[in-house]
Ligand binder design. Structure first.
Ligand code: BGC
Length: 861
C-alpha cells in the first residue's frame, strides 16, 4: 500500500503561507514499498475559506508540479488541500494529511501601509546605522474571537519582530538579501496565537542595517541600496464575526534606540545591557517607492538549524581563553549564562583557524542584575574558534556557558553518502557543511572574510553537487531572479557578484544553473524564465570573427588552479581563452537543448564547434593546451569530431594525471567539477579513484588529513593562513567533486529531468568494500547500496547491489562490467554478480629506475 507523504506548492516548504503565486503548481511524494507502483490518476480536494469543498479528479501519471485546478487564489486567500492517488491497477490510496496553501499580497494595490523611517537628522546617510526598534500599541475589537491573524512585513535593513513580547516566527536575517532596487522580499507570519482581544497589544520590530545600508564586501561601502533604516508592515486580524482589523505602518508608530549600540554583518555587534531605551520618537512616512518590488519568497527562509556544544576550551600560549566548537560553521554564539558587575565588558572574537584571520567581534556590556542569556541579532560569522576576553572576574569560563548556533537557508537535505573509507566520508560531510555555511539567503563564496558575495562562478561549478545534497531549487530560483535584475541593468552582461564583467563560467551561470535545476526538478518554468537572459548573455559575450571569445585581457577561467601563485589565482596552467571557449561551446550546446525542451529555435552550434577545432585541436586529437582542465572539459563537453580523437585525448589526460601530476590535484574552478566525469566517460574511473583517494598535497583528502571540517579555498592549504587574499576555510567550489561520488561511486543519476526515470550504474573502485547513497527527488527516496562480498560457493568475490526505487518512477540498473540493462519499477531490488575489479591502483608513470617504483597509496580501507 502506498501513502502520500507530503504535499507542497511550487518550490515552497509544505504549509507555506504568503506565497507569491495565484495558481501554484502542486506536487506530492508517494511512499511505500509496492512493486512497480504507478499512478493512473489523482484526486485533489480543495477547501477554500467560506466555500464548499471542491474535488477534482485528473487522469494523469504526474505527481509533480501539476497545474492548479480551477479558480486562482486571490490576495491573502487561504485554502487547504489534500490528495489521494489511484494506481494503474485501480487501487486507491488513503487521503494525504491536509496541507495549507495561502497566497500573500498578490497585487501592489493591496498594500495599505507606508514605509516608516526614524525621523532623526543624525540618521541621514551615516556610515553606520545604529539599529532601532519601531513600536506600536493597539487594541482589537473585543466582540469576537480571532479567526486568523497575519503579519506581512519587510524592512530596509534586517528585522526581527515581537508581538506582546514574544518573537514572531523563526526567521533569521529577514528579509534576506535581494536586488533591493527592484525586489524587496517580504515575509508572512501567522500571529493568530500572539495577538489578544482582551488586552492591549504591542508590536515591536528591531531593524538593523544588514545588507540594505550596512557596509558590504571588500569595498566596505555602506548605503548601497539606500541610506535609511525603514520598516514596512501590515497586520490583518480576521475575526470570527467576519470583521477584520488592519494595522499598518504609518505616522502613528514610534521608534527608539535599544541596547544594540552597533551591529554590522561583517563587523559584529555591541550590546549594552545597561542602556535604557531612548525615548520614543516620531517616524517619518513615505509612500513605498513602489509596492511592485515587494515580492514573496520563492524558497525557505534562513533559520537556526542546529546547536553545537563547545568541544573544549583552549588556553593559548599567551594565556587567552578560546572556545573550540570542533566544527567550522556559520552562525553565531549564544551566551547561555553570564553574570557580573555592571559595566563588565566581554569581547568575543571569531576565527576559523587558530592563527588568526578576518575577525568579527561581539562586545557585550553587562548591567546589574542576575545571570542573563544573550545572542546577537544582526550579524553572523564563519568560525570554529571564539576568543573570549573580559569574562567576569570570579566566574570561570565553562563550556556549558555557550552554544554555537548554526544558521542557513533551511533547505531539505536530499543527499547522503557513506562508504568504507572514513576519509571520503569526512570529505562528503565537509562539503555538506560548506554548503550550509554558504547558503545563507544567497549562495556565497565564503562566510568569513569581507566578501560573502554571490559570486556566480562558485555556484555555477557547484550546481550539480548542490542539487544532490539539498533541495536548492526555491532558494536558487529566487537568487536567479535577482541576477536577472542585475543582468538587465548591465545590458545582458551577467554580474560576477557585484560587478558586471564579461567572464566565462561566472557569466555562463545564467545558462548552466537553470539547466542544472531543470535536471533536478524537471521544472521547465525555470528554463523559460531565464531564456531571454540566456540569449542576451550569449549576445553580450565579446566575440572574434570566428564566433569564439575575443581576446580582451585577463580572465578568471580556471581560477585557483593549484599551480597558480597565491597572489594571482587566475594564472593557471590552462590558457584562459581556451577555457572560456570550451564553456562557450558548452553553453551554446545547452542552449540548443534548452530551446528544444521549450520548442524554440536556437542557432546552430556546429559552426562554433568547428571554430574551436580549428583553433585548438590537432588533427590527431591533442589540444593546443596540454593540461588536465583542457582535456577534461573537451571530453565532457563532446568537443571532438571522432571517437579516435576522443580516445587519443583520453590517453593523454590519463598520462597527465599519472605522470605529470602523479594523482595530485591540478585543476581549478573550471576543470575540477568535470575531471572525474570525463575520466569515467572514457572508462578510466580507476584513474580518478586514485586521485580522489590521494592524500598527498594538493588533493581533496589532504585538507581532511589536516583536520578540515569544511572545504577549503586552497586544496593545498595545511590549515595555516597563507599570506594574501585566499584565506577562506569555508569555500565550496572544490566540493563540486561530490557529483562524481554520487554519479560514479554509487552510479545514481537522473535520466529524465526531474528523476522520474533514473539510473543506477555503480563503478566500484579503489580498495573500498561498500558504498551507499540516497537522493531524495521530488518523487521520493532513490537509494543505492553496494558491497563486495566473499562467496561461499563461487571462487570470485561477488558484487551485491540493493536499489530502492520510489513509487511512480523507473530505474535503469546496470551492474559493473555488464552490458545488460535491468529496468525496474518501484520497490526494493537486490542483484548480484561476480566481481572483477578494475585495475587498482591505477599506476603512476615514473622515470626508469625510480627508487620508489610507484608511490602506492597506503590505504587500509
Ligand atoms: C572569491 C571567489 C570568486 C573570485 C572571483 C574571490 O575573491 O572568493 O570564490 O569567484 O573572487 O574573482
Amino acid at each position: 500500500m502506498v501513502n502520500i507523504e507530503k504535499v507542497w506548492f511550487e518550490h515552497h516548504e509544505p504549509n507555506a503561507i504568503g506565497i507569491g503565486e495565484s495558481a501554484p503548481r502542486i506536487s506530492w511524494t508517494i511512499v511505500g514499498d509496492d512493486k512497480s507502483w504507478e499512478q493512473a490518476s489523482y484526486e485533489l480536494q480543495i477547501k477554500r475559506d467560506g466555500q464548499e469543498t471542491e474535488s477534482v479528479v485528473v487522469e494523469s501519471t504526474e505527481s509533480r508540479l501539476v497545474p492548479w485546478p480551477g479558480q486562482v487564489l486571490s490576495s491573502r486567500e487561504h485554502a487547504t488541500i489534500r490528495v489521494r492517488v489511484t494506481s494503474n491497477l485501480g487501487v486507491v490510496s488513503e487521503w494525504s494529511d491536509v496541507f495549507i496553501v495561502e497566497a500573500g499580497i498578490l497585487f501592489p494595490g493591496h498594500w495599505e501601509c507606508l514605509l516608516i523611517e526614524p525621523n532623526d537628522p543624525t540618521e541621514t546617510s551615516p556610515q553606520k546605522h545604529r539599529s532601532v526598534t519601531f513600536r506600536r500599541r493597539f487594541s482589537l475589537p473585543n466582540n469576537s474571537d480571532i479567526a486568523r491573524a497575519r503579519l506581512y512585513i519587510s524592512a530596509h535593513g534586517i528585522y526581527e519582530s515581537r508581538v506582546n513580547n514574544s518573537r514572531v516566527g523563526d526567521h533569521v536575517l529577514a528579509p534576506g538579501w535581494t536586488a533591493y532596487q527592484e525586489r524587496l522580499q517580504y515575509q508572512t507570519f501567522d500571529i493568530s496565537n500572539q495577538v489578544c482581544v482582551d488586552q492591549e497589544n504591542e508590536i515591536e520590530v528591531d531593524v538593523g542595517e544588514g545588507w540594505f545600508c550596512g557596509s558590504l564586501a571588500f569595498i566596505r561601502r555602506s548605503n548601497i541600496y539606500g541610506n535609511h533604516l525603514g520598516l514596512i508592515a501590515m497586520m490583518i486580524v480576521e475575526l470570527e464575526n467576519g470583521e477584520s482589523f488592519h494595522l499598518n505602518t504609518d505616522e502613528s508608530w514610534t521608534w527608539a534606540h535599544g541596547r544594540i549600540l552597533d551591529s554590522g554583518l561583517l563587523d559584529g555587534e555591541t550590546y549594552d545591557f545597561g542602556q535604557v531605551s531612548s525615548p520614543c520618537k516620531s517616524v517619518q512616512v513615505h509612500k513605498c517607492p513602489s509596492f511592485t518590488r515587494l515580492v514573496a519568497p520563492d524558497g525557505p527562509p534562513i533559520r537556526e538549524t542546529q546547536k553545537l556544544e563547545v568541544e573544549r576550551i583552549i588556553v593559548s600560549p599567551t594565556g587567552r581563553s578560546i572556545l573550540d566548537f570542533g566544527q567550522n560553521f556559520v552562525g553565531y554564539i549564544k551566551v547561555e549564562r553570564v553574570s557580573g558587575s555592571a559595566g563588565t565588558t566581554i569581547q568575543f572574537r571569531f576565527a576559523e583557524v587558530l592563527e588568526n584571520g578576518e575577525i568579527g567581534v561581539y562586545t557585550l556590556i553587562l548591567d546589574v542584575g542576575g545571570p542573563t542569556t544573550w545572542q546577537p541579532k544582526f550579524t553572523f560569522h564563519g568560525f570554529r574558534y571564539v576568543e573570549v576576553s573580559g569574562w567576569p572576574a570570579g566566574s570561570s569560563l565553562k563550556k556549558e556557558d555557550f552554544i554555537g548556533i548554526v544558521i542557513h537557508s533551511d533547505m531539505d537535505c536530499t543527499g547522503h553518502f557513506r562508504c568504507s573509507n572514513p576519509l571520503l566520508n569526512m570529505l562528503h560531510e565537509n562539503i555538506v557543511w560548506s554548503m550550509k555555511g554558504n547558503f545563507v539567503g544567497i549562495p556565497t563564496d565564503c562566510p568569513q572574510r569581507d566578501e560573502r558575495l554571490g559570486w556566480t562562478g562558485d555556484i555555477n561549478v557547484l550546481g550539480t553537487t548542490a542539487s544532490y545534497l539539498f533541495d536548492v531549487t526555491g532558494m536558487l530560483a529566487s537568487w536567479m531572479k535577482n541576477l536577472l535584475v542585475e543582468q538587465n541593468a548591465a545590458g545582458g552582461v551577467v554580474p560576477l557578484a557585484i560587478l558586471a564583467q564579461e567572464e566565462a563560467i561566472w557569466g555562463d551561470v545564467t545558462i548552466m544553473l537553470p539547466w542544472t535545476l531543470y535536471q533536478a526538478t524537471g521544472d521547465q518554468e525555470l528554463l523559460l524564465r531565464h531564456y531571454e537572459s540566456m540569449k542576451s548573455w550569449l549576445k553580450a559575450i565579446p566575440r572574434s570573427s570566428t564566433g569564439l571569445w575575443k581576446y580582451d585581457g585577463y580572465k578568471l577561467a580556471d581560477w585557483l588552479d593549484p599551480s597558480a601563485p597565491a597572489e594571482a589565482p587566475a594564472n593557471a596552467m590552462t590558457d584562459m581563452y581556451l577555457v572560456c571557449d570550451l564553456f562557450l561551446v558548452h553553453a551554446t550546446s545547452l542552449m540548443t537543448q534548452i530551446s528544444a525542451a521549450l520548442s524554440k529555435y536556437s542557432a546552430e552550434i556546429k559552426q562554433l564547434r568547428q571554430a574551436f577545432e580549428t583553433e585548438y585541436v590537432t588533427p590527431a586529437g591533442r589540444l593546443a593546451c596540454d593540461t588536465q582542465t583542457a582535456y577534461a572539459l573537451a571530453i565532457q563537453f563532446d568537443l571532438f569530431s571522432s571517437t579516435e580523437k576522443t580516445r587519443h585525448t583520453a590517453e593523454r589526460l590519463s598520462l597527465l594525471v599519472r605522470q605529470r601530476s602523479r594523482f595530485k590535484m591540478s585543476t581549478g574552478f573550471a576543470g575540477t567539477p568535470f575531471l572525474g566525469h570525463a575520466l569515467s566517460k572514457v572508462d578510466m574511473s580507476n584513474v580518478f579513484y586514485r586521485m580522489l583517494l590521494h592524500r598527498v598535497c594538493p588533493s581533496w583528502l589532504f585538507p581532511v588529513t589536516m583536520g578540515a571540517t569544511t572545504v577549503w579555498e586552497l586544496c593545498f592549504s595545511d590549515g595555516s593562513v597563507i599570506p594574501g587574499e585566499i584565506t577562506s576555510f569555508n569555500h565550496y567550489a572544490f566540493g563540486s567533486v561530490a557529483s562524481w561520488i554520487y554519479q560514479t561511486i554509487c552510479g545514481l543519476k537522473n535520466i529524465e529531468p526531474g528523476w522520474r526515470t533514473f539510473q543506477v550504474e555503480p563503478v566500484p573502485g579503489g580498495a573500498r568494500r561498500w558504498a551507499e547513497a540516497d537522493h531524495r527527488s521530488a518523487y521520493g527516496y532513490c537509494r543505492v547500496h553496494w558491497e563486495i562480498r566473499k562467496s561461499t560457493t563461487e571462487p570470485e568475490e561477488q558484487f551485491w547491489l540493493e536499489v530502492v526505487v520510489p513509487p511512480n518512477t523507473k530505474c535503469h540498473i546496470r551492474l559493473p562490467g555488464s552490458t545488460y540493462l535491468v529496468v525496474v519499477g518501484s520497490g526494493r531490488v537486490e542483484l548480484e554478480t561476480a566481481y572483477h575489479p578494475q585495475q587498482w591502483p591505477a599506476r603512476a608513470v615514473l622515470p626508469p629506475f625510480s627508487p620508489s617504483n610507484d608511490e602506492l597509496p597506503k590505504m587500509k580501507f
